[in-house]
Every structure is written in structure tokens, then in C-alpha cells.
Design a protein around this ligand. Structure first.
Ligand SMILES: [Zn+2]
Length: 94
């Protein structure tokens, strides 16, 4: 854990430079990003939102790095993070 100054929010982007670049998106809008719930998402498409001029983004959690194939998240960890502020507590944790 000596070189974690290269890590963005969380541990994502440390597996390979491709993912890191894809997430940093200096010259483009990244379609892979860490959401407010600390889950890594990728945009799978645009969707029209009623009463909005700009289309919204459909996203989906990334479980494996699309570039190097490293496992980044599990359905369990994502559900854990994403469900943290929803009424979806299966087990009470102290
Ligand atoms: Zn990778």
C-alpha cells in the first residue's frame, strides 16, 4: 500500500493504465466512472428523461476491468455500497 497516491477515488484504475486513462477522461467525457456510492460504473447508453433536455445516462456497475479483465467488484460489494442508503437491509450490521 505504498503507492496509493496514484489511486483515484477508491482502488479503481490501479489494475492497468487503460482503465486509469478511461476513468480520467482528460480529453473526453469518461463513460467509466466512480459513482457517489463508490461503485465503479460504465455508461451503457443514453436515455430520454421526461422534462429534461439532456439525455440521461444508463449505467451499470463494472465487475471486471474491460481492458485487462481483473475483477474489480462483486455483485455483493456493489449491492452493499449501492444499497447502503436504500431500504434494502438484508442483514443488520453493527
Ligand atoms: Zn484493468
Amino acid at each position: 500500500m505504498a503507492d496509493n497516491d496514484t489511486a483515484p477515488a477508491g482502488e479503481f484504475g490501479t489494475c492497468c493504465s487503460e482503465l486509469k486513462e478511461a476513468m480520467s477522461g482528460e480529453d473526453f467525457d469518461p463513460l467509466i466512472y466512480v459513482g457517489p456510492d463508490d461503485v465503479l460504473y460504465f455508461a451503457i447508453g443514453l436515455v430520454d428523461i421526461e422534462n429534461e433536455d439532456e439525455p440521461g445516462t444508463m449505467d451499470h456497475p463494472v465487475f471486471f476491468c474491460p481492458f485487462c479483465g481483473k475483477g474489480l467488484q462483486t455483485a455483493e460489494s456493489v449491492a452493499d455500497k449501492a444499497g447502503a442508503d436504500e431500504d434494502e437491509d438484508e442483514e443488520a450490521q453493527a
